[in-house]
Design a protein around this ligand. Structure first.
Ligand code: ZN
Length: 386
């Protein structure tokens, strides 16, 4: 069984735009040792009690907004997932979600936390999508005993999947973040980018095969069943952690697509019946149609991305578009004032989704204005074509 820990991290390293090369410094000392020296955080000042718990926030308006979310999410979650129930719980709204007054570095980019010991959810008021983060933490809070059979990081995949199902407005952003993280951990996201003028009769264009690479490249996907990436006691670099959240999300979504949440829970019940300590990884691979090889995970993740997810991916990592436009300019010798008339087509080389930059007019304008930024480590193979 996984070791128990004081809290689980939530929509961690979510889908906010961060350079792929970002490297967080984690404390050299064990997190548990750091926590022992920390003081408990003071509760937020405004308290709103309701049937089923309390919301503690900065002011009554903020507390009521979160209570409204709870009133919708809790019954929907119970209707969606078998073997779930809520005890009375507290939801604290904080700038940085933490049990302690001095958050450790390992937790400072978590947008939500769940402490089973305190029956408390801690949410960042600055979360990318506060409703989705709350739904993720509520999933941890509601899961009954049978779900404890899920190995490694799989519970994080389940909490993410449920949050996407309950919060449609944030779902494609979540899917894009998690599926791209799964690809980045297992070899990268391979894209085909074509740049060409919209009104040039000759249609002289520029093409590139681009691979977005992450620092977690080379992850053994089977580690998703061994490591509990969401536990505060699990020390992982941010890229690796993000990768495991992505891999867990991918496996859960493939099982739920085929057999529903009931099918996933059936694996837990069968493992219990057979006296196992957790669901064997081979059962999850079979149910998800995956194998132990990283290639099967990467292709599955790329194949699961549709147009909405690919557009989100472009929003998250726009610098590869800038690079491509610069590549077009330098290979054709065109002057920069043609940029506004260029179309950029982006396709997944291991998937079917295809989008155009003009589908994101705001980003297109921003890129035209800012073509010098370079954030993504890319591998480019360029060739002019006609
Ligand atoms: Zn979580």
């Amino acid at each position: 069984m996984a070791p128990t820990a004081p809290w689980k991290s939530g929509v961690l390293f979510g889908v906010k735009t961060a350079p792929l090369t970002k490297h967080l410094a984690f404390p050299a000392a064990g997190v548990a040792g750091v926590l022992l020296l920390s003081c408990m955080a003071a509760p937020p000042s405004s308290v709103l009690a309701f049937d089923g718990g309390r919301v503690l926030a900065a002011d009554p308006t903020e507390a009521e907004q979160v209570e409204d979310l709870l009133a919708r999410l809790q019954p929907e979650l119970l209707g969606l997932l078998p073997d779930t129930a809520f005890e009375d719980l507290d939801v604290w709204i904080q700038d940085t979600p933490s049990l302690y007054s001095n958050p450790t570095e390992a937790s400072t980019d978590a947008e939500g936390l769940w402490s089973p010991t305190h029956q408390r959810i801690m949410l960042s008021r600055h979360a990318d999508h506060i409703e989705r983060t709350l739904a993720h933490e509520l999933t941890h809070a509601a899961l009954g005993e049978s779900w404890g059979m899920l190995p490694g990081s799989m519970e994080e995949g389940l909490a993410d999947h449920v949050s996407g199902a309950l919060c449609e407005s944030g779902a494609s952003r979540l899917r894009a973040g998690r599926l791209s993280s799964a690809c980045l951990a297992t070899g990268g996201v391979s894209l085909q980018v074509d740049v060409m003028p919209r009104s040039d009769q000759a249609r002289t264009g520029w093409s590139a095969a681009i691979r977005l690479k992450g620092e977690a490249e080379g992850t053994d996907p089977m580690d998703v069943f061994r490591l509990a990436a969401g536990l505060s006691s699990t020390r992982l670099e941010s890229g690796a952690k993000r990768g495991f959240y992505g891999l867990a999300y991918l496996a859960v979504s493939r099982i739920v697509d085929r057999d529903g949440y009931e099918g996933l829970q059936a694996l837990c019940l069968r493992a219990t019946e057979q006296g196992l300590s957790q669901v064997p990884s081979s059962w999850i691979l079979d149910a998800a149609g995956l194998d132990a090889d990283a290639t099967s995970w990467r292709r599955a993740a790329a194949g699961a991305m549709g147009e909405a997810e690919l557009l989100e991916l472009v929003r998250m990592y726009p610098s590869f578009i800038s690079d491509s436009i610069e590549g077009y300019l330098s290979s054709t010798g065109a002057s920069p004032d043609v940029i506004a008339n260029l179309e950029v087509e982006i396709g997944l080389r291991e998937g079917t989704a295809q989008v155009r930059l003009s589908q994101l007019p705001e980003l297109q304008e921003q890129l035209i204005a800012d073509l010098t930024s370079r954030q993504v480590d890319t591998l480019q193979v360029a060739s002019a074509h006609r």
